[in-house]
Design a protein around this ligand. Structure first.
Ligand SMILES: [Fe+2]
Length: 476
């Protein structure tokens, strides 16, 4: 019999906590009108812990669940499924948690070797539709393939045996060629000082893997591509087996190591072509976009002054900090160039998004998630929860926002009105949790007019826990 979740862990209780069901809801009740030209599926991926966890639990350790909203002819159908990773299947069979994904030394004795040998991970962070496959990623393990319609688990995907590393949760797809570029950090073993960059063509064939030694062993969450370059930032969240074996934190914020930004030409076939540039200390989980023009690379980032909530070498934590939209400039014509970062404004933002047809190219429109301070977490004093969607115009350098009031709101994804619609002409999709009813809705906005509020709202009779990232698959 499954046990109750511990009441004292914020990530296992409202609003973060898991739901204990898989379900389908046909023909959701709609307020407003779902545009008839919106035809495809929105996927949301996130942690949804199946059983009362062993030991300490962090949101990053939850079993992955995917939620899908199939949209056609003004109608919305919903489905959710756990991803049947090896960990999920073992615990489903045992009827309890026997594996601690955050601490390999805290597994049930029968599964003592599991965490170190596992290749499938948690599949709980993001999804991407590429080469005819729907892949769900974590970042420390391989991607996991699911059926795009039924969400049935298919299995860990290795690109026909060619992928020998993990896969970041933030692959990039070149809109001109359809090529997907992604990387893995600590690519050749625990705490190794390297990354592996992989390229997959539009047909889903892995065509190239480039091994790149890095200045030190680091956790790397996101990166960017431009038309001609791959930009891999190494921020000083360092990993150290030695430190862990001495009882210290395996991962720690170590600013003395400095930030090193690797710039690799897209046409390079080895790490020889990489150039490392330094920059002032900062930290970025997510980038908005990047492009190169006339030998200058521009990168837009949701930039923190330091990594939030990480242990320091001294055994303290870095505390809470918020991120701002910053523009990096990398002048490749200057042999002494550093990466220069300039704030574009001072509002808080996370989950930056764009019209992906402009990924890696000069662009105008960006969207993000933020807070207006109205919605606080019950569990952690004064912590603002994201309840606001933002729009940033790189032409006017102005922001617009729409507050969802007492509803928490997810990352907002852009969907073009048609294949040939101009940049930003389309819809913005986000999922909310109403703190009064504790129910979720899918909101649909006109992407360039978010202040008018949603043009349609599809209501669920349950809650979609706050996940991390999602993706859109156009109707085939
Ligand atoms: Fe992310």
């Amino acid at each position: 019999m499954a046990q109750a979740m511990p009441a004292d862990n914020p990530f296992l209780n409202f609003p973060w906590g898991p739901i204990q069901m898989e379900c389908e809801a046909q023909d959701l009740v709609i307020e407003g009108e779902v545009p008839k030209d919106l035809h495809g599926t929105l996927y949301r991926a996130g942690p949804n812990q199946r059983f009362r966890p062993r030991g300490d639990y962090h949101l990053f350790a939850g079993d992955g669940m995917v939620h899908a909203f199939h949209i056609a002819e003004g109608r919305v159908d919903y489905i959710n499924r756990w991803v049947r990773t090896a960990k999920f299947n073992i615990e489903d069979m045992e009827g309890r948690a026997v594996i601690n994904a955050m601490n390999p030394f805290d597994c049930d004795p029968d599964y003592a070797e599991f965490t170190l040998a596992d290749k499938e991970g948690l599949a709980n962070t993001a999804a991407v539709w590429h080469g005819g496959r729907m892949l769900v990623m974590e970042e420390g393990h391989r991607p996991y393939e699911i059926d795009p319609l039924t969400l049935d688990s298919i299995g860990s995907w290795t690109f026909r045996g060619k992928l020998h590393t993990a896969m970041t949760a933030h692959p990039k797809i070149d809109p001109a060629t359809g090529e997907m570029v992604f990387f893995a950090y600590m690519a050749t073993g625990p705490f190794s000082e390297d990354v592996m960059v992989h390229k997959v063509n539009a047909d889903g064939v892995l065509t190239q893997s480039i091994h790149i030694p890095t200045p030190y062993s680091a956790m790397v969450h996101d990166f960017v591509i431009t038309e001609n370059y791959i930009v891999i930032p190494i921020f000083p969240i360092t990993g150290s087996l030695e430190r862990a074996m001495e009882g210290g934190p395996p991962f720690a914020w170590e600013p003395s190591k400095g930030v090193h930004v690797g710039v690799l030409p897209r046409n390079a076939d080895s790490a020889e072509g990489i150039r490392w540039l330094e920059m002032d200390n900062c930290f970025v989980f997510h980038f908005m976009n990047a492009f190169d023009q006339d030998g200058v690379i521009t990168v837009d980032a949701a930039q923190f002054t330091r990594a939030p909530l990480f242990p320091t070498l001294e055994g303290e934590t870095t505390g809470e900090v918020s991120s701002q939209l910053c523009r990096w400039t990398i002048d490749l014509s200057n042999p002494d160039a550093r990466v220069e970062s300039t704030p574009l404004d001072d509002f808080e933002l996370e989950f930056p998004q764009i019209d992906l047809r402009y990924a890696g190219r000069p662009y105008r429109h960006g969207w993000y998630t933020t807070t207006d301070g109205q919605l606080k977490s019950d569990m952690e004093v004064n912590q603002n929860l994201y309840n606001t969607i933002g729009y940033w115009d790189h032409q006017s350098n102005e922001a617009l926002t729409y507050s969802c009031g007492r509803s928490m709101v997810s990352e907002a994804l852009f969907v073009p009105r048609s294949d040939d619609a101009s940049e930003g002409d389309g819809y913005l999709l986000a999922v909310t949790i109403d703190f009064d009813t504790r129910l979720s809705s899918l909101l649909i906005f006109n992407a360039l007019d978010i202040t008018a509020g949603p043009i349609a709202r599809a209501n669920l009779s349950h809650r979609v826990p706050p996940g991390f990232h999602g993706t859109w698959r156009p109707a085939q």
